[in-house]
Design a binder for this molecule. Structure first.
Ligand SMILES: NC(=O)c1ccc[n+]([C@@H]2O[C@H](COP(=O)([O-])OP(=O)(O)OC[C@H]3O[C@@H](n4cnc5c(N)ncnc54)[C@H](OP(=O)(O)O)[C@@H]3O)[C@@H](O)[C@H]2O)c1
Length: 348
């Protein structure tokens, strides 16, 4: 694949957002699923060096999970030297607790987060995002009650969710459990969060942290005018594989190429890239706290830190005409809310 299009403007500082419990995070967040092993090999030392570089460019917030292979350990190796590189408290880390079905006792829940804290070498989790597979099993409410208690004694700063739907968000908050963020898939392709979830979140001070915003790299200049990628050889990371299926469900490769071509026209108007337009489109939704962009840290040619900063350059903005150009294409796509369900239902 070609190198990224050249950078054409002075780069802006990274904008930040304050969450419910006071934590300030960067609006572009580094996604660490890409160091899990499912996206090719990562050299942990090179990864740590790359993380320092991202941090220096303003990307201070990292997203990982207990199930992302060595991600939490790599973060721990990065953070233990942070004082020599970055001022105190200038890095924020969100992890996820993704338990298998079973009793959600205080002991089970506390052991899980203690393990993450040890691996991440932190005394408090800045953000803990809880995931649950099966809504018929109501023990997610037990787990969240314990997590809320653990938050009260200072083990967790922001108590968050990932892939919960609107109905469950309402149920959980009605029990008095304060939720700061919900991490969901949100892109020009997958607009489900704006259909049902965003209203409830706005009314309850909950921010969305989004993934899939670049469809694993497919929603970028790299795939404009390219033949349809098929099979594991073309779709060589877990992320490319996942979002190619989403594009198929959305409307297929031909319509996707029309979208890329329209995004290229818009990008030309603003001297930016398709990735920048796709990211800004999501960031412009006021319910979105941050966009998580996956980083294959330390992999040659996979450092997009400089280019992606153009997404948060407020010297340019998407016009109403730009939005309607995008809308004309997406109005011809399938309704994912109908075919898949609300946010996160693809996991159930
Ligand atoms: N909660 C959940 O269920 C869930 C699910 C998926 C992801 N996530 C989180 O979200 C993060 C994001 O992952 P994702 O799978 O959704 O992927 P993504 O952010 O949509 O795409 C990441 C890929 O896009 C490419 N890319 C980034 N900037 C680019 C640019 N300017 N130009 C061209 N290509 C660019 C990179 O490819 P190269 O590396 O090839 O350069 C990168 O690996 C994950 O790391 C994880 O933290 C959470």
């Amino acid at each position: 694949m070609d190198a990224s299009p050249p950078i054409i403007r002075k780069l802006p500082p990274m904008p930040q957002v304050r969450l419910k419990n006071g934590l300030v995070i960067s609006r572009l967040i580094n996604g660490m699923w890409q160091v899990s092993g499912a996206h090719g090999d990562i050299d942990p030392n090179k990864a740590v060096n790359a993380m320092h570089k991202y941090c220096e460019a303003g990307y201070t917030t990292f997203d990982m999970a207990d199930i992302y292979g060595p991600a939490e350990i790599i973060f721990g190796n990065f953070i233990k030297n942070r004082h020599s590189f970055h001022p105190k408290n200038s890095v924020q880390a969100f992890t996820k607790m993704v338990p298998s079905a079973g009793p959600m006792t205080r002991n089970v829940v506390e052991s899980a987060i203690t393990k993450s804290m040890l691996r991440m070498q932190v005394k408090q989790l800045d953000g803990l995002q809880f995931h649950w597979w099966d809504y018929k099993d109501k023990r997610y409410l037990d787990a969240l009650q314990h997590l809320s208690d653990l938050q009260r004694i200072g083990k967790i700063r922001e108590l968050s969710l990932t892939n919960f739907d609107t109905a469950r968000l309402e149920e959980i908050t009605s029990k008095g459990i304060e939720i700061s963020t919900n991490q969901v898939q949100y892109s020009i392709i997958d607009q489900r969060p704006s259909q049902r979830m965003s209203k409830f979140c706005r009314m309850n001070g909950i921010k969305l942290l989004t993934y899939g915003t670049l469809c694993g790299g497919l929603l970028t200049d790299d795939y404009l005018g390219q033949p349809e990628p098929r099979g594991r050889k073309d779709l060589y990371t877990a992320s490319l594989w996942k979002y190619k299926q989403m594009i198929d469900a959305w409307g297929g490769w031909k319509l996707f190429q029309e979208l890329l071509s329209t995004l290229r026209d818009i990008a030309d108007q603003h001297n930016v890239t398709i990735a920048n337009v796709a990211t800004r489109w999501v960031l412009d939704d006021p319910v979105v706290g941050g966009v998580i962009i996956g980083c294959r840290f330390g992999v040659l040619g996979a450092n997009h830190a400089v280019e992606n900063l153009q997404s948060v350059d407020y010297d340019w903005c998407l016009t109403e005409q730009n939005r309607s150009m995008i809308g004309k294409i997406t109005s011809r796509s399938n309704d994912l809310l109908k075919s898949i369900g609300d946010c996160g239902d693809e996991y159930r």
